[in-house]
Write a protein that binds this ligand. Structure first.
Ligand code: FES
Length: 180
């Protein structure tokens, strides 16, 4: 009997290496306020979220008050200040999706992913579950977005099939190998 799901530890890079990468970005984009958003975008691509120490470092490098950098990072929905998984599953909880019983979907997802109350990201950093307001696909309710792909008329069974497919793809890529 084999364990299908490999547990990948989150990367624990040395802080110095992280700062070197940010320093490169600052050199590439220039140490000016107008470079702030592109640098935040690239930093987030690198780490999948914006750790607090990275934001502070960027503020110092661009000679901006940390409050400005934190303000921009929290203002735009594209940025996350919390670690997020490789697959971000957004379940719509707008009216149309709610009426079409998205709650059963959310409960089955939470239990499948083993998420405790208040926990959004799995401990292996593979999945993050977010409950969001209307994503503009009401005709497809209940709707789910996984990374950039929209899935309509989702049921617990269909969701299970999608997650099984992801797990198969991950197993094929191989343990410990990270796709960009
Ligand atoms: S309410 Fe869910 S997509 Fe609009």
């Amino acid at each position: 009997m084999s364990q299908a799901v490999a547990v990948r530890e989150p990367a624990q890079d040395a802080a110095g290496r992280r700062f070197d990468r940010i320093q490169q970005l600052v050199e590439e984009y220039g140490a000016s306020r107008s470079a702030l958003i592109p640098i935040l975008q690239k930093a987030q691509e690198e780490y999948r979220y914006l750790p607090e120490e990275i934001l502070t470092f960027i503020a110092t490098a661009l000679d901006l008050p940390p409050s400005t950098v934190f303000g921009v990072a929290t203002f735009y929905a594209q940025f996350s200040l919390e670690p997020v998984g490789k697959y971000v599953i957004k379940v719509c909880d707008g009216t149309a999706c709610h009426v079409r019983k998205n709650q059963a979907l959310i409960s089955s997802l939470r239990s499948r992913l083993g998420l405790k109350e208040g926990q959004k990201t799995t401990s292996d950093m593979r999945y993050t579950l977010e409950i969001v307001s209307c994503i503009g696909a009401c005709a497809l309710a209940p709707a789910v977005v996984i990374n950039d792909r929209v899935y309509g008329q989702m049921t617990a069974d269909k969701m299970k099939a999608v997650l099984d497919e992801i797990e198969r793809a991950e197993a094929a890529v191989g343990d410990g190998k990270e796709e960009q």
